[in-house]
Design a protein around this ligand. Structure first.
Ligand SMILES: [Ca+2]
Ligand SMILES: [Ca+2]
Length: 731
C-alpha cells in the first residue's frame, strides 16, 4: 500500500488550490464489509463504475434517484458500492465528472486514523516537551508547566485568597490556544474513557508511540491520565469546589507554547458546571482505572472520593453559572442550563457506587436524550447507563434506558436518508459542526450496540465518511488524512512552527453559516450551512481544532473498526475472543420475559446442539435460584455440577457471563484460577454460564453449560440463545 500512500500525499499537496471534486467520497477508505457510498452531482449520468488504479472496471452500478439536500440546496445522487469488498485501491468514474480521488478498501482502514486522532491529544499536552521520537517533526520544547498558578480574585476562598499560588500542571491545551477549561476537558476525557470501556481490546492493542507506550497500561488510559491529573489539581481541597478554568487573562499570539509563557496564569472562578463535569469524569475514571491499582495505587478510590465531594459542592451551590470577570478575556464556556450536568454526574456516580440516592437524583424520566456537546451532556448519562445496564441495581428503569437510546438513533437514521445521507440537518450546522456529526455517529453506535440494527451502524459510518471527504466541500476535515486535508487549521503549534503540514490527526470545526470570524478573514466561498468554511488560519469559527471535537473522532474510528463485521470471519462460527464481542452478545441476548417454558425450550435446544456435534454436556437453567431445567447427557460427569455451581456464582456476582470475566482477567494478564478478589472454591472464571437478563427488570437467572472447554461452552449457549431469541447477525 506504500505507493498509494505516496499518491495520497502528493494529491494532498496539489489538492490545496484545486476546486472541489465532483465525486465526493471518504478519502481514506473503507473496511471490506462496511457500507460504501459516494455522492455525485445530479446530472445526465445514471450509472457509475469503480475502477482499480490501473483503470480496470471492477464494479458497475446504478446511481440512486436524484435527492435534494437542504443544507446546500444541491440535488445529488448516491453511488452505493457496498458490493465492493475486495481489498485494493480504487477510484470511481461517472460520465461527465473527473475521476474521483483514490481510496482504499482494506482491513484496518481506520487504524492509522485512530492512532493519529488519539496522538493529537499528546501533541496538545501542556507542561512537557514533545520529543522527536514521539512527535517526529512536530517535536517542541515544553510550554506552561503551570506549577505556579495564581488564584484569581473570582476564585478566592479563605484558605486560598486572591494571588495565592497553587500548582495545576499537565492537562491538554483546549484547542488552538494554550488554555485549559474543565467543561471541555470533562467531556473529552470521558469520551476517551468510554471508548476504552466499550472497546477495550482494540485500545489494548493500540500503540500510539507516546512516552508511556510499552508500559502495562493501554495508551488511551495513559493519555487520559495526563488530563485527569490536571483535573484533580483543579479541585479546591478545602471545599470540594472545582475551578472553572486555568488561563491567561487574554489569548496568546500565534506562537509556539514555549514562546507564550510571559503572561501569568490563573485559576478563574468556581462553577456548578465545572464541579459536575469533574464529578462525572472522576466517577467514570475511578471505574475504568479500578483495574490498574498496581500502576496507580489508591487512585481509583481517591477519584471516587473527589467526585463525591464535587457533587456535594454542586448540590450546595446549584446555580453558580460562570461568567468571565471583566479582566478575563479567554474562552468563557458559560452554561445557562445545568440540569444536564446534574443528570450526567448523578448517572456516573450511580454506576460507580450503586447508591440509589444518585439514581433518584438523576430523575431519569425527566431527562431527554440529545447529541452530546460540552454544554449539553445528558446524552452521556444515557450512553453510560446503556453500557452498564447489566450491572445496574433493580432501581434502574431498563426499558427507559433502551428507549431513550433507540429513539435518538431512530431520528438520526431517518434524517440520514436523503442527499448526502448524513444525520445532520441545516440547523445542526453550528460552531464545531464536524463534532456534531461525530457525536451523532457516537450516539448511533450506542443504539447499534444495544439492539444490533445494522441501519444504525451504516448511518454512523456515513457520518464518518462525511468528515473524511464525502461532504459538499469535497475536503477531508482531518489534518494529515485524505487527498484534500485541511492545511491551515487555527492551531497555534501548527501555525507557529516551521513545518508546512499541520500537526496530523486533528478534526477541524467545520462549516457553519454564522462566520463569527469574518471581520478577520478573507471572504467565505458561501454562506450555506454546509459550505460556509475556509481553510484559513484566521478562521477560529470553522477551522480551529479542539480536544472535545477530537474525542468523538477517536471513539467513532474505534467503534466502526470493531463493530463492522470482519469479512474473514463472517461465514465462520467464531469463538468470542474479545470483550466487546462478549458485551455485544450480552446486550443482544436478552429477554422480554423468562418463563419455565422458555427454560425448557432453551434447555432442549442446547441438548440438541450438543448432540448434533457429538458432545456430552450438562445443562443447568435457573431463575432466581430455582432450577427450571437440568440434564446430564451421556458423557456428563459428576464434576460438571460443581463447575456449574461455581460459574453461576460468578455470573450472579458480576452480572456478566463467566466467559466475560475469564476474558477480562486474561486480558489484564491475571491468573483466572487465582483471582484475588474471588474465592476459587466458590467462583470459577471459565466460560459457559450466561446471565438471563429480562429487559426492564435486570438479571433474573443463569443458563449454563459445562463439559467442554470454557469458550466452547459459552459459544454453545450463545448459539442456542441466538436461535431462541431470533437475533440475526454476527455475534
Ligand atoms: Ca501505555
Ligand atoms: Ca448544560
Amino acid at each position: 500500500m506504500k505507493p498509494l500512500i505516496l499518491l495520497l500525499m502528493l494529491a494532498g499537496g496539489l489538492g490545496q488550490a484545486a476546486p472541489a471534486p465532483g465525486i465526493k467520497l471518504n478519502q481514506i477508505g473503507y473496511l471490506p464489509e462496511s457500507s460504501k457510498l459516494a455522492v455525485v452531482p445530479a446530472g445526465a449520468a445514471s450509472t457509475f463504475e469503480v475502477q482499480s488504479l490501473d483503470g480496470r472496471t471492477v464494479l458497475r452500478g446504478q446511481l440512486g434517484a436524484p435527492s435534494h439536500w437542504e443544507p446546500t440546496g444541491e440535488s445529488v445522487r448516491v453511488a452505493d458500492f457496498g458490493l465492493l469488498t475486495r481489498p485494493g485501491a480504487y477510484r470511481i468514474k461517472v460520465a461527465g465528472q473527473p475521476l474521483s480521488d483514490p481510496f482504499e478498501v482494506r482491513p484496518g482502514a481506520y487504524h492509522a486514523l485512530g492512532v493519529a486522532a488519539l496522538k493529537a491529544f499528546y501533541m496538545n499536552r501542556s507542561g512537557t516537551a514533545l520529543r522527536a521520537r514521539h512527535a517526529g517533526q512536530y517535536a517542541r520544547p515544553a510550554g506552561h508547566p503551570d506549577d505556579r498558578v495564581l488564584v484569581h480574585a473570582s476564585a478566592a476562598s479563605p484558605t486560598r485568597p486572591a494571588g495565592a499560588v497553587i500548582a495545576a500542571g499537565k492537562g491538554w491545551y483546549d484547542a488552538g490556544d494554550y488554555n485549559k477549561y474543565i467543561a471541555s476537558s470533562a467531556i473529552s476525557t470521558f469520551t476517551l474513557l468510554a471508548a476504552y470501556e466499550h472497546f477495550p481490546d482494540w485500545f489494548g492493542r493500540l500503540d500510539v508511540n507516546i512516552p508511556e507506550s510499552g508500559d502495562a497500561v493501554p495508551d488511551i488510559l495513559d493519555e487520559a491520565m495526563w488530563n485527569l491529573e490536571w483535573m484533580l489539581a483543579m479541585q479546591d481541597p478545602e471545599d470540594g469546589g472545582v475551578y472553572h478554568k486555568l488561563t491567561n487573562l487574554r489569548f496568546d499570539g500565534m506562537v509556539m507554547p514555549h514562546q507564550a509563557m510571559r503572561e501569568p496564569r490563573y485559576v478563574v472562578g468556581k462553577s456548578t458546571s465545572a464541579a459536575l463535569g469533574f464529578a462525572a469524569t472522576m466517577a467514570t475514571a475511578s471505574r475504568v482505572l479500578a483495574g490498574y491499582d498496581k500502576r496507580w495505587p489508591g487512585l481509583s478510590n481517591r477519584m471516587l472520593a473527589a467526585a463525591e465531594r464535587a457533587w456535594a459542592w454542586a448540590k450546595a451551590h446549584p446555580e453558580v453559572r460562570f461568567r468571565n470577570p471583566p479582566d478575563v478575556l479567554t474562552g468563557e464556556y458559560g452554561d445557562a442550563r445545568l440540569d444536564d450536568e446534574f443528570a450526567w454526574a448523578a448517572a456516573e456516580l450511580y454506576i460507580a457506587t450503586g447508591k440509589g440516592d444518585y439514581y433518584l437524583a438523576l430523575q431519569p424520566e425527566t431527562v431527554s436524550n440529545t447529541v452530546p456537546a460540552w454544554d449539553d451532556v445528558r446524552g452521556l448519562a444515557w450512553m453510560s447507563l446503556a453500557h452498564h445496564r447489566a450491572r445496574l441495581t433493580p432501581l434502574a428503569d431498563q426499558a427507559l434506558i433502551a428507549s431513550r437510546i433507540d429513539a435518538l438513533a431512530a431520528r438520526f437514521a431517518q434524517a440520514a436518508r436523503g442527499g448526502y445521507r448524513v444525520s445532520m440537518r441545516g440547523p445542526d450546522f453550528v460552531w464545531g459542526s464536524n463534532a456534531v456529526m461525530l457525536n451523532q455517529a457516537m450516539m448511533l453506535v450506542q443504539a447499534y450496540r444495544l439492539n444490533g440494527k445494522r441501519v444504525y451502524l451504516a448511518a454512523a459510518q456515513s457520518n464518518l465518511d462525511y468528515v473524511l471527504g464525502r461532504n459538499p466541500t469535497g475536503r477531508s476535515f482531518v489534518t494529515g488524512f485524505g487527498a484534500r486535508p485541511p492545511m491551515h487549521p487555527h492551531h497555534r503549534p501548527s501555525e507557529g512552527d516551521s513545518v508546512e503540514a499541520p500537526v496530523p490527526g486533528f478534526v477541524v470545526g467545520g462549516p457553519q453559516p454564522f462566520q463569527q470570524d469574518k471581520a478577520e478573514c478573507p471572504p467565505y466561498p458561501s454562506s450555506l450551512p454546509a459550505l460556509s468554511w475556509l481553510d484559513h488560519v484566521c478562521s477560529y469559527a470553522g477551522n480551529e481544532v479542539a480536544i472535545n471535537w477530537n474525542a468523538p473522532l477517536v471513539y467513532v474510528a474505534a467503534a466502526i473498526s470493531v463493530l463492522t463485521p470482519d469479512s474473514e470471519s463472517t461465514n465462520m462460527p467464531k469463538e468470542p475472543a474479545t470483550l466487546e464481542q462478549i458485551l455485544r452478545q450480552e446486550s443482544l441476548l436478552q429477554f422480554d420475559s423468562f418463563s419455565n417454558e422458555a427454560a425448557l425450550e432453551i434447555g432442549l435446544k442446547l441438548v440438541d446442539l450438543a448432540r448434533a456435534e457429538g458432545k456430552g454436556v450438562t445443562v443447568d437453567i435457573r431463575r432466581n435460584g430455582t432450577l427450571l431445567f437440568a440434564h446430564g447427557m451421556s458423557g456428563a460427569t459428576a464434576d460438571h455440577a460443581e463447575w456449574i455451581r461455581r460459574k453461576n456464582n460468578l455470573v450472579n456476582r458480576t452480572g456478566h457471563s463467566s466467559h466475560y470475566t475469564h476474558t477480562e482477567v486474561r486480558a489484564k494478564g491475571g491468573d483466572i484460577d487465582a483471582i484475588t478478589t474471588l474465592d476459587a472454591r466458590d467462583y470459577a472464571a471459565h466460560g459457559g454460564a450466561f446471565p438471563v437478563v429480562v429487559r426492564g427488570t435486570g438479571q433474573v437467572g443463569t443458563i449454563t453449560v459445562s463439559g467442554l472447554p470454557g469458550p466452547e461452552d459459552h459459544a454453545l449457549v450463545v448459539r442456542a440463545l441466538k436461535d431462541y431469541l431470533k437475533v440475526d447477525g454476527d455475534l
